[in-house]
Design a protein around this ligand. Structure first.
Ligand SMILES: C[S@@+](CC[C@H](N)C(=O)[O-])C[C@H]1O[C@@H](n2cnc3c(N)ncnc32)[C@H](O)[C@@H]1O
Length: 312
């Protein structure tokens, strides 16, 4: 059976709600336990943190033999010069090994393989209900990895992958403000994507680190040392990891004041906190709040809130 379906292949991790949230924001699809989702678009996968690939499905079938036969029937319509075939079978459902599957299906194609430098890269997806064969048309550039080598980080700095996923929760934003930027992990990710990036931190040393981290990679952005309870910088979206000590409640007054100020600065916001702060958000001018939890290690969970301002 032929189809025009697109699917995305994402990282797997049921403890990381950001995977699902990023996939939905970038592709419009929600991955299953295999990390597979049918999706509306694949053109934003190059910027993804957890979405690995976008695949145009060419044929699907119930068994590997039927898949081979379906490919053979359509072989003259499948561009396959210098091809490579990989297999996505995270649950090990296929009785055949990856190489056996690739060899079997390669025989059904008309051109020759080139594993080292393929022109057409195909993927076999071994699902619970069927098998799919498609061509990989989009891949994450994983450029966030480069940013883990930035000159400055602190003990509360986020890694590049997590920061990138946060930025991707507001994929249409052309400008992003991080009002609590620390050493600038989020600002660097936003700037690297060509988004107009603003960073604010009330500690001069931290504002300086963000500035130097941006300069290190040659990215442009605006960094200001200021108190975000009163500083004004409008943007399409706010993305920030809120300040917290060992007890977030100790900082409640400061955080609520920052949230209240932020609600007047951008229509959408992504707030990370060590606890679910939905009630604080509703109190300070936010609605339509989605919450995603990310379990980092035993006893420590980050809560990612995506919210719309009712003020702007
Ligand atoms: C959790 S850290 C951010 C870490 C950052 N995402 C990074 O990767 O380095 C929170 C930051 O908020 C800053 N901060 C706290 N209160 C602030 C305020 N009222 N105005 C501006 N910055 C503030 C702190 O100095 C701290 O750097």
């Amino acid at each position: 059976m032929a189809s025009n379906l697109h699917v995305a292949i994402t990282a797997r991790g049921e403890r990381n709600g950001l995977i699902q949230a990023e996939a939905m924001a970038l592709t419009g699809g929600s991955p299953d336990a295999d990390g597979v989702s049918t999706c509306e678009r694949i053109d934003r996968i190059d910027r993804a943190a957890y979405v690995h690939r976008g695949v145009r499905i060419i044929v699907s079938a119930d068994t590997i033999e039927e898949l081979r036969d379906a490919i053979a029937v359509r072989a003259n319509t499948i561009q396959s010069d210098r091809f490579r075939i990989d297999v996505h079978d995270p649950e090990g459902r296929s009785p055949l090994g990856r190489i056996e599957i690739a060899i079997m299906l390669a025989d059904a194609l008309q051109e020759f393989p080139d594993l080292g430098n393929p022109l057409h890269h195909f993927l076999v997806i071994v699902g619970e209900r069927n098998l799919m064969f498609g061509e990989i048309e989009a891949e994450s550039a994983a450029s966030y990895r480069l940013h883990d080598n930035k000159p400055w980080t602190t003990s509360s700095s986020l890694d590049g992958r997590f920061s990138r996923a946060l930025v991707n929760l507001v994929p249409d934003a052309r400008s992003i403000l991080d009002p609590c930027c620390g050493a600038g992990s989020i600002v660097v990710e936003a700037a690297s994507l060509g988004i107009e990036a603003f960073g604010v931190d009330w500690k001069p040393a931290l504002a300086g680190m963000t500035h130097e981290n941006l300069a290190h990679f040659g990215y442009s952005g605006t960094v200001v040392q200021a108190d975000s309870r009163s500083h004004v910088q409008y943007a399409d979206a706010i993305v920030t990891d809120l300040p917290y000590g060992h007890a977030i409640n100790a900082d409640e007054g400061v955080i609520r004041a920052i949230l209240e100020q932020c609600a007047g600065l951008a229509p959408r916001a992504v707030f990370v906190a060590p606890t679910n702060i939905t009630t604080w958000l509703t109190d300070t001018g936010y609605a339509n709040i989605q919450v995603h939890s990310v379990m980092k290690r035993r006893g420590f969970t980050r809560w990612v809130h995506v919210a719309e301002s009712t003020v702007t």
